[in-house]
Design a protein around this ligand. Sequence first.
Ligand code: NOJ
Length: 560
Amino acid sequence: MNKTWWKESIIYQIYPRSFNDSNGDGIGDLNGIKEKIPYLNELGVDVIWLSPVFKSPNDDNGYDISDYRDIMNEFGTMEDFDYMLAEAHKYNIKIMMDLVVNHSSDEHEWFQESRKSADNPYRDYYIWKKPVNGEPPTNWGAAFGGSVWEYDEQTGEYYLHLFSKKQPDLNWENPKLRQEVYEMMRFWLDKGIDGFRMDVINFISKDTSYPQGEIHDGHKYGDGGKYYMNGPRIHEFLQEMNKEALSRYDTITVGEMPGVTVEQGKLYTGEDRNELNMVFHFEHVGLGDGNFGKWDPNPWKLTDLKKIFTKWQKGLENEGWNSLYWSNHDQPRAISRWGNDSEEYRVVSGKMIATCLHMMQGSPYIYQGEEIGMTNVHFESIEDYRDIETLNAYRDLTDGALTHEQIFKGIHERSRDNARTPIQWDGSKNAGFTTGTPWIEVNPNYKEINAEAVLKDQHSIFYYYKKLIQMRKQNEVIVYGAFDLLMEDDEQIFAYTRTLGEEVLLVICNFSGESPEFILPDELQHNSRELLIANYNVDPQESIEKLALKPYESRVYKIK
Ligand code: NOJ
């Protein structure tokens, strides 16, 4: 396997709107990020993935871009961006920008032109279709509710939008559009940025025959997924993008890919294929989804989680590269979803899930606030939510499909706003995030859970993350070792080994609030072992042949 810097990197995701507000307008900004670079340096991360900072009317908080070469007013100016980039580079921290090119904003100049007339030079930058018998061309439903087709009076045609109607899909069949995108990528790479996280990038090639989608039980619209995910020309487009932009620089890339399989993952990340470095798959974060997806969630099983991770770990071994994540700006808080956010177990379970993820093969992603142990928020009124996906789902699903109580259970467990409440910097007003009124309420638990508190406590989750990060730098086996699952059928313990040459790492994680027994497999007995990290105070010399684990306990041993 080739060794590269991005395989050895730990990436920290910043959602700028909620990170740190420097000018008191209630919205995080670039100067706010710049101020906190030393904090990220203390944590030890190598790369920052910056969610979109480009000009945007904020229908979807920056994932609707109206100018790809300019900075959103609320976040600052291009000069602020340059300072922030220079500050990060000063600390040897790289910057990975969000590339949102499946769609733009409807306020982008290209779309403004495109909708003017059927023969406008920008018409083919987007996907326009004539009505079929007075109806939209397909029955597909959009991710944020309603049909994917929006009728435009001006020319009497529909345009495609897989997300909101203010996010029209770009037409990748048009070579001119593709060249515009590559040129824009070079503009940012020439500025010195270090790579891209690519938004729903496996959606850019559509089945241009536009078939009808299957309508699932209780749903109004058809599911068009298989006609736009991993479409017919996707690999051609990514290889072209690589040739025209990425290959000319030393970059880190990750493609966000709902619906991607391991087999496709090999094609996207294969070392000799010149497409991407890694992909974000959605298999684990979809666990427990109900008939209405995340909005009516069921409990998930540890054996299913293990199956998914093992499939990806073994599937990409020696062939591609994994990204490792529990959370991001679209997911609930990691501890609330995968650990236990009660007062008793929040910190210990937070450390356990971090151990489980960071010891696997792949590049780990830390979502802002994870390192201080932030949890989901439980707003009581829909008025307190800001996310377009949450608001539209509430509007559409309380219209007969789910009761108010049912959907609120889903919102509390899964709404994207769980991850978007402001970072809790300290115990002062608004958690020290802003001196103004925050654009979304701060989680009321900020007095106990905040960065100032964890920085003062050597046993905190922050320093535990820091140690995990350092361990990766000091032990090649954590980066390059092969993964093998132990205790496949156990519903409480997630245990595995990593092997590189003579070196073996043993990782034991108890995902339950009980005390299950770990039994050391024969092949790992009679060796000398060194305890690398543990989330309880344990005797490093303790025999582990038979171990009664404490609730949410985790340990990592190096075995020789
Ligand atoms: C995925 C992004 O992560 C999400 O926040 C956004 O709403 C959609 N793509 C559409 O851009």
